[in-house]
Design a protein around this ligand. Structure first.
Ligand code: SF4
Ligand code: SF4
Length: 72
């Protein structure tokens, strides 16, 4: 079971891909779909691998994503 989860606010995303690049467990990939601003937001492709480390949130320049650990 995943140790954490990731939450994406698609409409804030500018498609830079930092979250995809820096996620250590490859949870994310950029979607082929567009948000209303014309950017490709990230998709969650391996939710079970998310540790909730929040590196994606730390690198996102637009506060469009964050990760958090599940409480034990
Ligand atoms: S880092 Fe933020 S702005 Fe960049 S692709 Fe990921 S969610 Fe979008
Ligand atoms: S919280 Fe960590 S493991 Fe989960 S998607 Fe973000 S960078 Fe990847």
């Amino acid at each position: 079971m995943a140790k954490g989860f990731v939450s994406i606010t698609v409409e804030r995303c500018k498609g830079c891909g930092f979250c995809v690049e820096f996620c250590p467990t490859h949870v994310l990939c950029l979607s082929s779909a567009f948000n209303s601003k014309g950017y490709h937001p990230p998709n969650i492709v391996s939710a079970e691998k998310c540790s909730g480390c929040d590196l994606c949130g730390m690198y996102c320049p637009d506060f469009a994503i964050f990760g958090a650990r599940y409480a034990r």
